[in-house]
Design a protein around this ligand. Structure first.
Ligand code: NAD
Length: 271
């Protein structure tokens, strides 16, 4: 897609957003690559280096210490740039542009497949936060005991691991259950509440902006279909083609951090 075509589509997307009253965004791992978090299936995606079976619940339960040992001081250097140092990542221009869209009252909900908490960090940075963030795959900030459900922050669990507690167990006196990240591993069910809300927002929106997802993993990949068949216009912004480009009114192939801020600037000029 050449520059001229991209500019033309940016202008069309801005008009579509101006004319929409109930916008929902749907984001995947691609919106966070510019924050230094690899995606799964993109050009430099994690699945090129790591076996997807390492993200299954079976693999975790087989040897939980293997998962947590990435936080041992001797492994910290090796974990940098991957998922191991995800807590230290910052929102990029794409996350900030979405928070701006929310601030001007256009964005009503944000459905994300991401676990990195960067949408919430962008909301905090811009002091927005009226739009609900629906996390289909959980969040990396928290952990819970698999037996009694006790909550603990990931930071606190990591500190215990750094002090040699492997695998980390529940801190409640009468429980010694295994601690697990609040992110959803392959083989686990998605949170029913998140699925219900994502479905409802997809039905209700009049425009869905889809950013940084191959749109191959279900049920997530089904939301654009629900939105489209309920009458919404679709905008897809992604580096590569997605499995659902044919559904969209506007498709822009390029970097979200370059394109989305330009669209939002134009929207602000138009309203
Ligand atoms: P994916 O890896 O299948 O696809 C990412 C897509 O984003 C690719 O098509 C890629 O070309 C595109 N992309 C990458 N960088 C981009 C950029 N700067 N601008 C525009 N497009 C860009 O991701 P998915 O569809 O979200 O599915 C993967 C699953 O992995 C999700 O369910 C998610 O939970 C999880 N995941 C999350 C994170 C995170 O939280 N940041 C990171 C990796 C994986």
């Amino acid at each position: 897609m050449d520059e001229e075509e991209i500019e033309k589509r940016i202008a069309l997307a801005a008009k579509l957003i101006r004319d929409s009253n109930y916008i929902v965004a749907f984001t995947g791992a691609g919106i966070s690559t510019e924050s230094g978090i690899p995606d799964f299936r993109g050009k430099d995606g994690l699945w090129k280096k790591v076996d997807p079976k390492t993200a299954t619940i079976e693999y975790y339960l087989e040897d939980p210490s293997r998962y947590w040992s990435r936080y041992l001081p001797e492994n910290e250097e090796k974990s940098k740039g991957g998922m191991g140092d995800i807590l230290s990542r910052k929102p990029n221009e794409g996350h900030i542009a979405l928070a701006e869209l929310e601030k001007i009252g256009k964005l009503k909900a944000l459905i994300t497949q991401n676990i990195d908490n960067l949408h919430q960090k962008a909301q905090q940075q811009l002091n927005s936060g009226n739009c609900e963030v629906i996390e289909l795959h959980g969040n990396v900030v928290g952990c819970h005991c698999m037996d009694c459900g006790l909550k603990e922050t990931r930071e606190s669990v990591i500190n215990r691991v750094r002090n040699g507690e492997l695998p980390p167990l529940c801190i409640r006196e009468d429980c010694d259950g295994l601690m697990k990240t609040d992110t959803i591993l392959f083989g686990e069910s998605l949170p029913p509440d998140a699925i219900m809300k994502a479905q409802a927002y997809s039905q209700r929106c009049d425009c869905m902006i889809i950013l940084g997802s191959t749109l191959t993993v279900y049920p997530a990949a089904g939301y654009p279909h629900i939105a489209e068949s309920s009458g919404a216009k679709l905008i897809i912004i992604n580096l590569d083609e997605t499995g659902k480009d044919y559904l969209a009114d506007i498709v822009i192939h390029g970097k979200i951090g370059d394109i989305l801020p330009k669209i939002i600037e134009k929207v602000k000029e138009l309203i």
